[in-house]
Ligand binder design. Sequence first.
Ligand code: ZN
Length: 73
Amino acid sequence: MRTRLSICLRKIRYATQEEALQAALGAPFPLRPYLCDRCRCFHLTGRIKGKRMPRAWMLGGDGSDPKAGPKAD
Ligand SMILES: [Zn+2]
């Protein structure tokens, strides 16, 4: 899991996983600690399940036009 630097800077850093877990337990919603590869500290993430990939990239046209080249006899 690659952590963005902007996200890293925005998030709270925990020196140990235990410290992050304690903070996660105190939150009103489920959080999961993970090791950040940017700062080598622990952050908390709220995304535990339901990985949804955006489909916007599928909507881009590739330039194919169905009405190409009318044949006239
Ligand atoms: Zn970080």
